[in-house]
Design a protein around this ligand. Structure first.
Ligand code: ATP
Ligand code: MG
Length: 484
């Protein structure tokens, strides 16, 4: 039984539960108030009856003392017994009217006896057989004479009974109204929460796997500050989920594109390797003088594939840099690194005159010299690869604020505005066909940017015909040394 009740309670809506709780609480309050009121009323009426008895006895005592009779001083349905005390034992006087005393006067006699030994009046509540509850009062009229009066308490009981009935009815009605109206009001108050739950249910039916935004929001109003707060938190959470989903979808998209591009880029040198291998085999049998040429091409293609794989591997490791950084930082001189890169450039790209602008004599900072050299090489190679022969290239090192800067500029045709942002994307080339002919895979700038970012720096690009400038900014770490 209690189990079923508990199950039924658990199945109730929150509004009903709260209303029921309110009802139980009110019931307790009503019971306490009702009991207090009834007790007070009964005490008050009893005290009043006692006063009435006392006042009546004053007049009756006088009458008995003066005339030996009670006539004319009686109340309807009250009893009066007069006792003469002889040797300490009360003896009932014959009543003037037989109706003055009840059939059974034992209680009266015992009270009169108690009065003979008491110094003040004695009061007692007795149940008179066949008559009901009576309030008895005994007083000494004069030495040796005791008067015992009895007043019915039936009226008090009736009044108290009526009071209880009235209270029960009004409290009951109030309780009913409280539960019914309270339930309605609570339900209305809790409606915004139901609406929110409805919205949350709506999300479950939403396909989270598509890349579109989660357009579900809870747009109710009102309900008080708490509900408003909950609604704001709810919507903020949705916003957050939404953003995360979009970021994840974009990341997945990027990854897919990256894998597709990587496979595509790897296929090209692989096909070449196979082609040259076939040619080599053919030449070995038929034209031995061609053999070395094919072998050299085969080696070159394999090397190109190796570079591509190196770049891909490095990018993957840089992507996972939060777990383990692929850098080996040490104290190194940036000016020295730039000079080494410039020397190598002069040797390999003789067709592009290079100028190194005067700057600080040395600029020591904490970095991975090999990787920063790779960044410089990539940028310098681009300046030679993507500009016509004879185009001037310049490189400058400077210290700006708390960062070291390397500017690599060329006087080439520049990069169109629409491509400027995208040249840092993986596998992105402005002119795909031409860049690939030059051996480019479109990873150079992506690698350079990731490396510089791993050093806490950034690469900026400004370009216009005749002036393309890549600026590498690396923040100085604590204790960086400069000499001019
Ligand atoms: P990789 O460097 O991987 O061998 P790549 O040079 O084509 O190939 P990135 O270095 O990433 O790739 O450069 C991306 C593209 O940006 C290039 O294909 C080229 O179109 C353009 N670009 C880069 N540097 C310059 C430059 N100095 N002048 C003009 N275009 C440039
Ligand atoms: Mg490049």
């Amino acid at each position: 039984m209690s189990g079923r009740l508990r199950r039924a309670y658990r199945g109730m809506r929150l509004g009903t539960r709260l209303a029921l709780g309110l009802g139980v609480l009110s019931l307790v309050v009503f019971a306490v108030v009702g009991t207090a009121l009834t007790t007070y009323m009964r005490d008050y009426l009893s005290a009043q009856l006692d006063t009435q008895l006392a006042q009546g006895q004053v007049a009756q005592s006088k009458s008995i003392a003066d005339y030996g009779t009670l006539s004319g001083k009686k109340y309807y349905s009250w009893y009066y017994a007069v006792y003469d005390v002889s040797d300490g034992e009360p003896v009932l006087r014959r009543p003037e009217d037989p109706a003055d005393i009840p059939a059974d006067v034992d209680d009266f006699t015992s009270l009169a006896r108690a009065q003979t030994v008491a110094s003040t009046e004695v009061l007692r509540t007795e149940h008179l057989r066949g008559k009901g509850e009576y309030r008895l009062r005994a007083c000494e009229v004069e030495p040796g004479v005791v008067l015992v009066s009895a007043a019915p308490m039936e009226d008090i009981e009736d009044t108290v009974g009526q009071l209880i009935t009235i209270q029960a009815v009004t409290f009951g009605l109030a309780l009913l109204a409280l539960v019914v109206l309270g339930r309605g009001m609570l339900r209305r108050g809790l409606q915004p929460l139901s609406d929110m739950a409805h919205t949350a249910r709506g999300i479950t039916s939403h396909d989270l796997t598509d890349s579109g935004r989660l357009s579900v929001r809870h747009d109710g109003r009102g309900g008080g500050p708490e509900v408003e707060e909950l609604r704001t938190a709810f919507n903020t959470m949705l916003e957050h989920i939404d953003d995360s989903l979009v970021v994840r979808a974009e990341a997945e998209q990027r990854l897919r594109r990256f894998v597709a591009d990587a496979s595509h880029e790897l296929r090209t040198p692989l096909m070449s390797v196979r082609g040259y291998a076939d040619l080599f085999q053919y030449a070995a049998a038929n034209a031995p003088e061609e053999r070395d040429r094919h072998l050299a091409r085969l080696r070159a293609e394999a090397a190109r594939m190796g570079f591509l794989l190196d770049d891909l591997l490095l990018l993957a490791r840089l992507d996972a840099a939060e777990v383990e950084t692929p850098l080996r930082p040490q104290e190194a001189d940036l000016v020295d690194l730039v000079e080494q890169a410039a020397d190598a450039f002069r040797v390999t790209h003789a067709g592009h005159p290079l100028t190194v602008a005067p700057g600080p004599g040395s600029l020591a900072l904490r970095l991975d010299p090999q990787r920063i050299r790779q960044v410089l090489d990539n940028l310098l190679t681009n300046a030679a690869m993507h500009t016509p022969a004879g185009t001037g290239v310049s490189v400058a090192v400077s210290l700006i604020g708390d960062a070291a800067q390397v500017r690599i500029a060329d006087a080439g045709p520049g990069i169109p505005p629409a491509d400027r942002q995208r040249v840092f994307d993986r596998f992105y080339r402005v002119d795909k066909a031409r860049s690939r002919d030059r051996g480019g895979s479109g990873l150079g700038l992506a690698v350079a940017e990731s490396l510089v970012r791993a050093h806490g720096g950034r690469i900026d690009l400004t370009s216009e015909p005749g002036a393309t400038v890549f600026t590498v900014t690396i923040p100085l770490t604590v204790g960086a040394l400069t000499k001019s």
